[in-house]
Design a protein. Structure first.
Length: 125
């Protein structure tokens, strides 16, 4: 089992749950906050951060049961962790809007990790 994916997943979930708590605390802030680009980007970061955290934990457990190729274990594991660039980039884009260019790196990394995993699951004997 890839411990690094579990650690990354737990950290992502913890951080983005805290962001969700902050968003929840701002519910009474008014219409300007709710319609601001920062609120929208941070909401997306919260959702993607928790989701990608869970995907990293699931990836670690699937490695244990379905992977016996070292390339899939190593490359796929690091790609799943690199997927954190997407929610972190969304959060940072809410602070400084120019960082949106790094978002596809995170999304494509997570997709690639799961393509590796799908291949491993389908070809397991």
């Amino acid at each position: 089992m890839e411990r690094k994916n579990i650690v990354a997943g737990v950290i992502l979930i913890a951080l983005f749950l805290m962001l969700g708590g902050y968003l929840e605390s701002q519910l009474g802030a008014g219409v300007l906050w709710k319609t601001s680009p920062r609120h929208g980007l941070w909401k997306m970061a919260h959702i993607h951060g928790i989701g990608f955290g869970m995907l990293n934990i699931l990836y670690a457990y699937l490695i244990k049961n379905y992977c016996n190729e070292s390339m899939i274990i190593n490359v796929g594991s690091y790609l799943a962790i690199l997927g954190a660039v997407l929610p972190v980039g969304l959060f940072l884009a809410g602070i400084e809007g120019g960082l949106k260019v790094i978002l596809p790196v995170g999304g494509l990394s997570m997709i690639s990790a799961w393509v590796f995993m799908a291949y491993s699951v389908v070809t397991k004997r």
